[in-house]
Unconditional design. Structure first.
Length: 106
C-alpha cells in the first residue's frame, strides 16, 4: 500500500499535508488564520494543517463533496523574489475520471 502524504480528520474537519523527508525535523510551527505551518530549523515549510477545511473549500467556491473523493494531495511551494506561493493540488476521482484542482493559499 502506498504511503499517503496527507490525512483528513472528519471529526476535526482538518487536513494535514506533509512534504517532510525522514531526515527533516520540525522545529517551529506558526499560525496564519486557520492554517498552521510546520518548519525545519532552516525555515523550510515541511507541512501544513488547514483547520475547518470544509469552510476553506467553500471560500474557494469548491464543493465539499470533493473531500470524500480525495486520493492525492500535494503541497507545492514556489519561491518568487521575496514571496512564497503555496499551492494545494487536490487529486480526486469522479467516476472513472481523475481530476485535480489547484488552490492558491493566500
Amino acid at each position: 500500500m502506498e504511503k499517503k502524504n496527507f490525512s483528513y480528520s472528519e471529526i476535526d474537519d482538518s487536513l494535514i499535508v506533509s512534504n517532510r523527508q525522514e531526515n527533516e525535523v520540525v522545529r517551529n510551527n506558526f499560525e496564519v488564520g486557520d492554517i498552521i505551518f510546520s518548519l525545519t530549523g532552516r525555515g523550510k515549510i515541511v507541512s501544513i494543517e488547514i483547520r475547518e477545511f470544509s469552510s476553506f473549500l467553500e471560500s474557494c467556491n469548491i464543493d465539499t463533496k470533493i473531500i470524500e473523493m480525495m486520493n492525492q494531495v500535494e503541497l507545492r511551494i514556489i519561491p518568487k523574489k521575496d514571496t512564497l506561493f503555496l499551492i494545494l493540488e487536490i487529486g480526486f476521482l469522479e467516476g472513472q475520471i481523475a481530476l485535480s484542482k489547484n488552490i492558491p493559499l493566500v
